[in-house]
Design a protein around this ligand. Structure first.
Ligand code: AHM
Ligand code: MG
Length: 335
């Protein structure tokens, strides 16, 4: 039930009973993500002051080294998760290999692993456009009591127990699912608390926005080219509106609220597209499905793809159900 003025902390406690696994541990895990998100938000908000307080790589007036924000975000999320001693392994878009947490969890009793893209779309920071954090949570598949292995990270997206994103936008929001719908929380920066602002988020079945980097049109597969032409044709409820921020979290967030489709297809330059299956596509696909949307690589449900490597890329089509189904039809027809 939607309660006024409910904080994220209260919501997590109230809803932990509906979670099928040990709820206390997952709540602690969420609390550490919530904390790191607030720390990163504080830093992202100061990005425009970089000329005043010092450039990346320079020493600032306090004598501290300035870090690139994506490196900073990576460190904060990893540190916070390690400090709470709640996960057994972390994989990050910013790290070549996964991190096995042995320091505090020396007997390997922790059950959860986290995959994270600490600051997605970070090239947008220089121009004051929204960026995001994307996270994905699984239970390990190897036995408790042994160190985590790559196998724990290469699980299909349909095994996720939770996923979410933070969008550092005009307001900062945390949106997540534990497989029981999607809820959005807005940060009140004055008091540092996230409040439930978007309960039970749902993609409209259809929409009128398409989001794709059309500059790459010439390199797209024929099915995608045909679908884009379909979006632009004057027929029925079309032409659709084109909106592309170039920041996945923001484009997804807008499409979920207004109804739309996001496409990052493969191209003749890049045979698997750009986006990473484990850090970007799986968590967003899980959220999309939980919000009555759909996510596909053009032919296959994203959540059913068996990952073979940590940094694997896949074509990604995600958004309102009817729109994604239509794009898949165009892909099949052009085969
Ligand atoms: P990143 O992980 O290097 O930040 O790249 C991911 C981002 C997405 O947020 C965004 O949708 C996409 O790259 C934009 O790519 P492009 O500039 O090729 O359209
Ligand atoms: Mg990314």
């Amino acid at each position: 039930m939607f309660k006024k003025n409910q904080t994220l902390g209260e919501f997590i406690i109230e809803n932990q009973m509906s979670f099928k696994y040990s709820s206390g541990e997952l709540s602690t895990l969420f609390n550490s993500i919530r904390l790191a998100a607030k720390v990163v938000n504080h830093e992202v908000n100061k990005a425009g002051l970089v000329d005043i307080i010092g450039n990346v790589g320079e020493v600032n007036i306090q004598g501290e080294n300035q870090q690139k924000l994506d490196v900073y975000a990576n460190e904060k999320f990893i540190q916070t998760l390690i400090n709470r001693n709640i996960v057994c392994g972390i994989a990050s878009e910013e790290e070549d290999d996964f991190i096995a947490i042995n320091s505090l969890d020396e007997n390997h009793q922790n059950k959860y692993i986290v995959l994270i893209d600490p600051l997605d779309g970070s090239s947008n920071i220089d121009v004051n456009v929204s960026v995001g954090t994307i996270f994905s949570i699984y239970r390990r598949v190897t036995p408790v009591g042994t160190p985590v292995t790559l196998e724990d990270f290469l699980q299909k997206g349909n095994q996720q127990v939770a996923a979410g994103y933070v969008v550092y936008g005009t307001s900062t929001m945390l949106v997540y699912t534990t497989g029981d719908g999607v809820n959005g929380f807005t940060l009140n920066p004055a008091i540092g608390s996230f409040y439930l602002s978007h309960p039970n988020m749902q993609f409209p079945e259809s929409g009128s926005i398409y989001s794709v980097n059309e500059g790459n049109y010439i390199h797209f597969p024929q099915g995608i080219k045909n679908y884009i032409k379909y979006c632009q044709r004057e027929e029925e409820d079309r032409p659709y509106t084109s909106r592309y921020i170039g920041s996945l979290v923001s484009d997804f967030h807008r499409n979920m609220i207004k109804g739309g489709i996001y496409l990052y297809p493969k191209s003749s330059l890049n045979s698997n597209g750009k986006l990473r299956l484990l850090y970007e596509c799986n968590p967003m696909a899980f959220i999309a499905e939980q919000a009555n949307g759909k996510a596909s690589d053009g032919f296959t449900r994203i959540l059913d793809i068996q990952p073979t490597e940590l940094h694997q890329r896949v074509p990604f089509i995600c958004g309102s159900k009817n729109m994604v189904t239509k794009a898949e039809e165009f892909m099949r027809e052009a085969q």
